[in-house]
Design a protein around this ligand. Structure first.
Ligand code: HEC
Ligand code: HEC
Length: 368
C-alpha cells in the first residue's frame, strides 16, 4: 500500500527549516520525542503558533485537506506508531536523514548542486526569515503565525502547486515567475509587493523559495513513494525526478506566443462569443464576468479551501494587469485552482480576443 493513499495531505513540516547546526541537532531531539523540545530551542517565535495547529490525521481525504495547515513529520510518526505500521526503521528519521544529506544547510551537496544558484541561498534565507516567514512559515509550508487570519492563505511552497507561472499548469514556476510575484505582489491577496527590496535581494529570496519548494517536494515525494509494506523509496531517484522538474521549468518559453492583436470592437465581440460559448468561461465567471456563474459556489482549491471564480469587472488581477499578464493567466490557467488553461483549445489569436473581452469587462474602452 502506498502511503499517499492513506495520507493524501502534506505529511512534512520538520526537517525543512534550515537554520544551522544547532537547530538541526535540536531537531533530531524533536523527532526522538515530539514534545521534548518546546521552548528550549533557538526557534523563532512563530514556531509557537505552529503548536496551535490541528495536526491529527483522519482517513477521509476531504477531512485531511480541510485541516487548516500542513502536518509535520512528528505527528506522522505518532500516527504511524498508533496504527502500528510495519515500517523499515523509523520513517521520519529516514526521510529527515535523506533530506538533510541532500539539502542540509551545512552539506556540501547543497553548494555543489546545479539545481540552485548556491551563493544566493544564505542571503535569500536571511531575507526570507525577516520578510516572508511571518506568513509563509520558516519551512515554507504556508503556516506562519499570520496565516490563520488570511484568505487566501499564504502559499505552501512544499505542496508543488503554484498559481502563476509561464508553464501550463502542472509545471513548476520559473525563476522569473517567482520574481514577478515577489516584485509585484498578488493584488487582492495579502501577498505584498517587494518593489523596495533591492533587486539582488529579490533574486536571492527567489532562490531560497525554490530551495524550500524543492526540498519540500523531495520529502513529500519520498514519503508518497514509500510502500507501507516495507519498501523505502529510492531517494536518488526521487531527488533526480524532483530537481529535473524544476530545471525543466527554466527552459525558455515564450508567453504570449504571438504579439498582441488589435484591441478593437471586433476582437472584443469575438472574445465575448468565446467567453460565453466555446470557451465556456461563463460557467464559472458568469455571462457578465461577475464571478456568479452556475458552478461558482462549488469549488475548492488544491490546498483545501473554498475558492470562487474572480469577479472580472473589478480590474484586480493577481497575476498583473498588463495585457501579457492577463494573456498568461488565461492561456495557462491558475495552478491549484479550477481555473483552466485555454491554450489547449484556443489559438493564440483567440486568447488575445479573450484578453480584450476581459479588459473590456474592467471598463477599458476602444479608442476612436
Ligand atoms: C502578509 C503575508 C505575506 C507575506 C509577508 C509574504 N507573502 Fe507571499 N503570499 C501571501 C499570500 C496570501 C499568498 C497567496 C495568494 C493567492 O493564493 O492568490 C502568497 C503567495 C506567494 C507566492 C506564490 C505565487 C504563486 O504563483 O502561487 C510566492 C512565490 C510568495 N508568496 C513569495 C513570498 C516571498 C518571497 C515573500 C517575502 C519576500 C512573501 N511571499 C511574503 C502572503 C504573504
Ligand atoms: C472551472 C471554473 C473556471 C472557468 C471555466 C474559468 N475560470 Fe477564470 N477563474 C476561476 C477561478 C476560481 C479564479 C480565481 C483563482 C484565484 O483566486 O486564485 C479565476 C480567475 C480568473 C482571472 C483572474 C486572474 C488573476 O490574475 O487574478 C481571469 C482573468 C480569468 N479567470 C479569466 C477566465 C477566462 C477568460 C476563462 C475562459 C477561457 C476562464 N477564466 C474560465 C475559475 C474559472
Amino acid at each position: 500500500m502506498q502511503l499517499s493513499r492513506v495520507i493524501p495531505s502534506e505529511p512534512s513540516r520538520r526537517g525543512s527549516a534550515p537554520a544551522g547546526l544547532v537547530f538541526w541537532a535540536l531537531g533530531l531531539l524533536v523527532f526522538a520525542g515530539p514534545f521534548a523540545c518546546k521552548g528550549e530551542s533557538d526557534q523563532p517565535q512563530w514556531d509557537a503558533a505552529d503548536a496551535t495547529r490541528k495536526t491529527e490525521f483522519v482517513d477521509d481525504e476531504d477531512l485531511v485537506r480541510d485541516l487548516p495547515f500542513a502536518k509535520d513529520l512528528a505527528s506522522l510518526a505518532a500516527f504511524a506508531a498508533e496504527e502500528e505500521w510495519d515500517l523499515e526503521g523509523n520513517l521520519v528519521d529516514l526521510v529527515t536523514g535523506e533530506s538533510e544529506a541532500r539539502y542540509g544547510w551545512e552539506s556540501r551537496a547543497l553548494l555543489d548542486s546545479d539545481s540552485f544558484v548556491g551563493w544566493r541561498l544564505e542571503s535569500g534565507r536571511r531575507t526570507y526569515e525577516r520578510e516572508c516567514a511571518g506568513c509563509h512559515a520558516r519551512n515554507g509550508d504556508g503556516g506562519g503565525p499570520a496565516a490563520q487570519y488570511l484568505f487566501p492563505r499564504p502559499r505552501n511552497f512544499r505542496k508543488r502547486e503554484f498559481k502563476f507561472q509561464s508553464a501550463p499548469v502542472g509545471g513548476r514556476p520559473r525563476r522569473e515567475d517567482l520574481m514577478r510575484t515577489v516584485t509585484k505582489g498578488l493584488v487582492g491577496s495579502a501577498m505584498p509587493a517587494f518593489r523596495l527590496l533591492p533587486e539582488e535581494k529579490r533574486h536571492d529570496v527567489v532562490e531560497y523559495v525554490r530551495y524550500l519548494s524543492i526540498r519540500g517536494e523531495f520529502e513529500q515525494t519520498l514519503l508518497e513513494w514509500t510502500d507501507l509494506d516495507g519498501e523505502f523509496a529510492d531517494p536518488e531517484e526521487v531527488q533526480e525526478l524532483v530537481e529535473d522538474r524544476w530545471k525543466r521549468s527554466n527552459n525558455p518559453v515564450t508567453v504570449p506566443l504571438i504579439a498582441e492583436t488589435d484591441f478593437d470592437q471586433d476582437s472584443i465581440e469575438r472574445g465575448r462569443l468565446l467567453f460565453t460559448n466555446a470557451a465556456a468561461c461563463n460557467g464559472c465567471h458568469g455571462d457578465t464576468g461577475l464571478g456568479d456563474g452556475p458552478t461558482a459556489d462549488s469549488f475548492r482549491d488544491a490546498w483545501g479551501y473554498p475558492i470562487r471564480p474572480r469577479d472580472l469587472t473589478t480590474g484586480q488581477f493577481r497575476a498583473g494587469i498588463d495585457p501579457s499578464d492577463i494573456y498568461r493567466v488565461i492561456a495557462n490557467g491558475i495552478g491549484g485552482t479550477p481555473m483552466p488553461g485555454a491554450l489547449g483549445n484556443n489559438t493564440p489569436e483567440e486568447i488575445w480576443d479573450l484578453v480584450h473581452f476581459v479588459q473590456h469587462l474592467t471598463g477599458k474602452e476602444v479608442s476612436r
